[in-house]
Design a protein around this ligand. Structure first.
Ligand SMILES: [Zn+2]
Length: 714
């Protein structure tokens, strides 16, 4: 370690600081002895100083040069480019892994209103002279991943957001959607389009049209593209409707990897495969359908942002035809590593996906560009002889947009190794669509994330930590949330699904961190999410991209270099208490039917036991009593902390989702204590009781683990 200090000092002198501003990090770092912390700060300084926003812009220019949805040749080219770059950067064991998965791509789509007037939907986005990328004939027209193929001519009904309560209201108006085409809007309140599809399918609708209303991401929010960051009248939010809230990844290999020749279930048994025709629409194409309806006026909160009266249906009949090729396709995951010098079998994994609906300016190319600049720094350190103590593994996933597919198949393929070796997974999907930092972490990692942000400079001035607290306070104020922002509550510990962290947290039971900078962004999954948008609105100087490269890398370095892994189970215990408190406020919760006092007591005991353990760890480290063999034992015990919350058979009805603290609702919204909460909401009190007992046992095992750590230290 002392060698580094020397090496690093010379590196700092040798390098020009391309993008670096000094913040004053505290000289204490959780999990590091005082001497180790001093060396770590030097190492981090060297890492950060090499990050260049100009180079990130060049990476971003490449990643946004052509449309590259999963399964296309262009997407494979991106995978190959990443592999080649990683080799040049000096990363080790660069490998492209191929998975043969059930894929999805459009053959043809069309929509016409046949009565009361004729209108042929354009299903394409308007081109603008200022942005040549919008003129590319390779850009797809409107399509939805895993739509069924079919053709239907039927009446159109407006069903608001397409959630179950919306159909209930239609029923009260005597409107049955069976056999009809349902037109819904994307948000209000937000629900994942796959949930809208499943709901419409359950209602036996013939097809689903989903449009982007200007009140949600268009002119009602502000200036639209190409004059501003919001979606113009023709922007189309593509996306998949895979029921990945049931099981993500290849629908035909639930729980195992889609390697060539792997066993596959018949499509009729695949629970995540939709059976409804679906198409996304711009509001330009939805408007003629909406304004020609003559049925009952829709309720006030169903009225959209267009200057028309929204009605529930009547008069409008449309003809919709969708032809899909939902057949087996190869997806490619790129993998690389830097083998750890002292603990090669403890892995820190960093990942981002490389497939995009079109160019993926924000989603995911901003993240991919940040990643390439981050990996370049690790390669540069390695070339100078600086190897991390633990192994760093890098993953560039494919098919995230289709069903979290690449990361899921990869996680399933290496499940055994990952369960025992993975310290943590750090996910960045979109890295920057604006200046507001959003940090998420499963409970044990939240404090170390907050601590790390002190060491990152925010491009707006000051530390990222302070900027984060400020922007979060602003957001809470806007949302009329009166909770003051503190270090204890600034991290989002309510981790749902919707990106590549899912397999690592929910299937494998490993701690995760998710990082993003966001801002006004109304072009998600449309052609306008491109290089032009980023350079005019999202992050013109690529400074937030650079801050992300630094933060992502420094967070990984702390996990890779720490003497004692910075997993905080006191915080985790308190997080569980908070989840239980919130469950008691659930409208369906009945204290007479389910007593959560014992569970709360178990969570408090965990926090107390973990607090004692942390104190002892700190004093042992300060006194220099921890030698490497002892550290190894302690860290191996700490790594079991997440595993204790995993149920091998999964939560009821969703065996793939194995974490008892975290899951996602079908809408993609986060769902804490999923098994107990779903039982409470279903009024199944016996099940709720059983699941509470499972939670108490897990918490008690965790408390016992904290005692084991203390014993190992003595
Ligand atoms: Zn994404």
């Amino acid at each position: 370690m002392n060698l580094w200090v020397l090496l690093l000092s010379s590196m700092l002198l040798a390098r020009g600081a391309a993008y670096y501003s000094q913040t004053s990090p505290s000289d204490e770092i959780t999990g590091f002895s005082p001497e180790a912390a001093a060396a770590e700060i030097k190492l981090e300084t060297a890492f950060k100083s090499g990050v260049s926003s100009e180079r990130i812009r060049e990476y971003h220019r490449y990643f946004t040069s052509v449309p590259h949805p999963a399964g296309t040749k262009a997407d494979y080219n991106v995978a190959q480019y990443i592999a080649e770059e990683w080799k040049k950067q000096g990363l080790e064991e660069v490998t492209i892994r191929r998975y043969d998965v059930l894929g999805t791509r459009p053959v043809s789509t069309s929509l016409e209103m046949v009565s009361p007037k004729k209108y042929k939907a354009v299903l394409r986005e308007q081109a603008y002279d200022v942005d040549p990328h919008t003129k590319n004939p390779e850009v797809s027209s409107a399509w939805i991943g895993f739509s069924a193929s079919g053709e239907v001519t039927a009446p159109v009904v407006y069903a608001h957001s397409g959630n179950p309560e919306d159909y209930e209201l239609l029923r009260q108006h005597g409107i049955d959607v069976k056999g009809k085409i349902v037109l819904v809007r994307y948000s209000n309140p937000y629900s994942y389009r796959g949930f809208k599809a499943l709901t419409a399918q359950r209602m036996e609708a013939a097809a689903l049209l989903i449009y982007s209303d200007p009140v949600e991401d268009g002119y009602k929010k502000g200036k639209v593209f190409p004059d501003g960051p919001w979606g113009p009248e023709s922007h189309i939010q593509r996306g998949a409707i895979t029921y990945d809230f049931m099981v993500p990844g290849d629908p035909l290999t639930p729980g195992w990897a889609s390697l060539p020749g792997a066993k596959r279930i018949p499509e009729s048994e695949a629970v995540s495969l939709p059976h409804i025709i679906a198409l996304p629409l711009s509001w330009r194409d939805a408007r003629p359908l909406l304004e020609n309806m003559d049925g009952p006026v829709a309720p006030k909160d169903w009225q959209g942002g267009l200057p028309i009266t929204f009605r529930l249906g009547g008069a409008v009949t449309a003809h919709l035809k969708v032809e899909m090729d939902n057949s087996t396709q190869p997806y490619y995951v790129v993998e690389a590593r830097i083998k750890g010098s002292e603990f090669p079998d403890e892995w820190v994994l960093l990942g981002n996906h490389h497939d995009a609906w079109v160019y993926g300016g924000v989603d995911p190319s901003s993240g991919t560009a940040s990643m390439m600049e981050m990996t370049r720094q690790f390669g540069a350190l390695l070339k100078q002889g600086i190897r991390p103590r633990r192994t760093l593994v890098f993953g560039s996933w494919d098919g995230e947009e289709v069903g979290l597919t690449g990361s899921t198949e990869w996680g399933e393929q290496f499940s055994e190794e990952l369960r025992s070796k993975l310290v943590a997974y750090l996910n960045v999907d979109s890295s920057a669509s604006g200046p507001n930092f959003q940090g998420g972490a499963s409970g044990s990692l939240a404090p170390m994330l907050v601590e790390t942000t002190h060491s990152i400079h925010d491009p707006g001035g000051g530390s990222l930590h302070d900027a984060w607290l400020k922007s979060t306070a602003r957001e809470r104020k806007e949302a009329h949330n009166l909770q003051p922002v503190t270090d204890r509550n600034v991290v989002n510990t309510r981790i749902g699904s919707g990106s590549d962290h899912t397999v690592f947290l929910n299937f494998l039971g490993r701690p995760v961190i998710t990082l993003e900078f966001d801002g006004p962004y109304g072009v998600y999954h449309s052609v306008y999410d491109d290089y032009y948008w980023m350079n005019h609105f999202g992050d013109p100087g690529y400074k937030y991209h650079a801050a992300m490269s630094q933060l992502w890398g420094v967070t990984a370095l702390r996990l890779a270099q720490a003497d004692v892994l910075p997993l905080n189970f006191q915080f985790y215990g308190n997080t569980v208490s908070q989840f239980l408190d919130e469950l008691q406020k659930n409208k369906k919760y009945d204290a007479a039917k389910l007593n959560l006092a014992s569970a709360l007591k178990a969570a408090h005991e965990l926090a107390a036991a973990a607090g004692q353990t942390q104190t002892l760890l700190k004093t042992s480290m300060a006194s220099g009593k921890l030698d490497t063999p002892k550290l190894e034992v302690v860290n191996q015990l700490l790594m079991k902390g997440e595993t204790n919350f995993i149920l091998p058979d999964g939560i009821p009805g969703r065996p793939w989702f194995k974490h008892i603290l975290y899951s996602a609702r079908f809408t993609y919204a986060h769902l804490e204590l999923p098994a107990i909460t779903e039982a409470v909401e279903a009024g199944n009190w016996q099940e709720a009781q059983q699941q509470t007992e499972i939670l108490i046992r897990a918490l008690n095992t965790e408390t016992a683990l904290m005692r084991q750590v203390r014993e190992a230290l003595r």
